[in-house]
Design a protein around this ligand. Sequence first.
Ligand code: ADP
Ligand code: MG
Length: 640
Amino acid sequence: MSSSIIHLLPDHVANQIAAGEVVQRPASVVKELLENSVDAGATSIKLLIKDAGKTLIQVIDNGKGMNEIDARMCFERHATSKISMAEDLFNLQTKGFRGEALASIAAIAHVELKTKTEDAELGTHILMEGSQLVSQNVIVTPKGTSFLVKNLFYNIPARRKFLKSDQVELKHIVDEFERVCLAHPQIAFSLINNGSEMFVLPASNLRQRIVNVFGNKIADKLVPVEETTEILSISGFIAKPEYAKKTRGEQFFFVNDRFVKSSYLHHAVSSAFEGLLKEGVHPSYFLYLTLPPQSIDINIHPTKTEVKFDDEQALYAILRATVKHSLGQFQVVPSLDFQADMSLEVPYKLNGTESVTPTISVDANFNPFHDEPSETFQSKVLGNSHFEKSAKDFGKTSPSNTVFNSRNHVSPKWETLYAELPNNTDKILSANHLIEQDFQSVVMFENQHQDVVQSKSFQIHKKYIVCPIKTGMVVIEQRRAHQRILYENYLNRFNQNYNPSQQLLFPIRLYYSAYELEMLSQLQDYLEKIGINITEFSEDKIVVSGIPVGMNESEVSMVIDDLLSDWQSDIPKEEEHIRDRMAKSFAQSLAVKTGTILSEKEQEDLMNRLFACKTPNISPFQKPTYITMSLEELDKKFMI
Ligand code: ADP
Ligand code: MG
């Protein structure tokens, strides 16, 4: 008879296997420890991390603590104080219930536990290493529990190797931290990262908690949501559409105070925002659903962020209607319709700023000879900056490139016409008159800027610039061309020793969340190099007192916001990549938008500067910036 080959795995092996499911990264440990502290009834919870949790994670709470026996027991697999019968699973009031988190963590790290209950005089001190008890002592320690987790995955090098950069791991930790903090505003939380305070959140109400986590800029953007039905109650806040973000970061659902992900519920909320948001931005929301525990099953996923509801369809309908109602009730809708219109032509950050008047967006009655509105618009969008100021850098170096014929901007005919009309706002000069003067241009250009009329380059569909060249013609995509110019410009700044920045008379205050501030502090040297001087970092804002020559004050917050959302999850490690990514991000944010009318001068600058670039033919994102068509090709098209 052959010997039997099946045997039970030793506990530490079983624990390591379980750990694979529970602990994917430092953030998983953070989540489990924070939730245990919440379950222990703590009113104050402190999280300390070093090197994005790779070296150390510590959670200190003032909860109920554990006695000597529980302190030892908590590291056993399936050891939990939270449920005792299968039925309890259907009536969960706590975060944890599986009793495997601590066993898993202790299997793959060095863990130190200090804990004491209220009525005990002395506490318990335990050291664990790879599921093995190293020591157990009595200790003087305050009521509550401290778990210290060092050298995560020390015994599974393959897992350790797969951890991402510190920035990425820190981002995951902050995500978990924020979720727990938002679920429990009545508990005080703090997060200390590498010795410095990243979050200090006093016990507060929900609104204040959201503001404390995400910064003051969200404070006046929150719209309350409140609804109670037989099936569930919904409370929380949505952020006004104008606060919508390019990244989907600030979207939170809590079901019975537990953070959950649900694309179905997300869809319900998004559809309530329909028509209020521009393309590519996402609404922010903080919604708390309370349902009878029996009607949900949070047990379908080991890390418990997914949830199954009994009556999903009803939930969807109620949620959507409730959010819609709030948007309507707080009169978000009408003011937004107006803003959505504006967005057709004005970069989104300028929306709602006072200097952009509604008349500008109503392009239909635009009189090309009425100077004022178009100039306001132009200087607002282009800020006279990228084209005029920076033209100094670029325009000069390109001696009206060989690709282009030498151009004659203002024909004599036009000059005469101009001279006869000292005041060119004069209504005599109607569109009809123009047609007689230059039929062709007028047909090609509707709503144009007056300068364009006689120029040899033409802007078509507020998107392309067409220009004759010796061999035929060139068609330039204005946005991509400008991206190329800005990209090389900003890259160059990194290589120059001195980059003048315009000092601002009134420094700009910009509000950010703690995590964003942390990222900005890491990027400060780079920002400095290209001329953004941050002179003050405080707990919720930065003060910018200098900006690069060629940038507008109104653009600073836009470029920084874009930079932060581009880099949500990965700041590259190598300096060169950081520079490259930053230059790309700036180029993308600042490039003139499709839909912007360019004057003749601006078109000319754009072309000169494009062809002065090192690689004029492709955008920083590898798309063609222009195409050419030879006369022969044109001729061929007319042969048939
Ligand atoms: P679960 O949370 O699923 O019960 P864990 O492995 O996370 O499983 O924890 C095991 C047990 O250890 C918990 O049920 C609880 O009794 C105890 N425990 C863990 N953390 C704490 C804490 N911070 N304070 C008090 N007791 C704790
Ligand atoms: Mg737990």
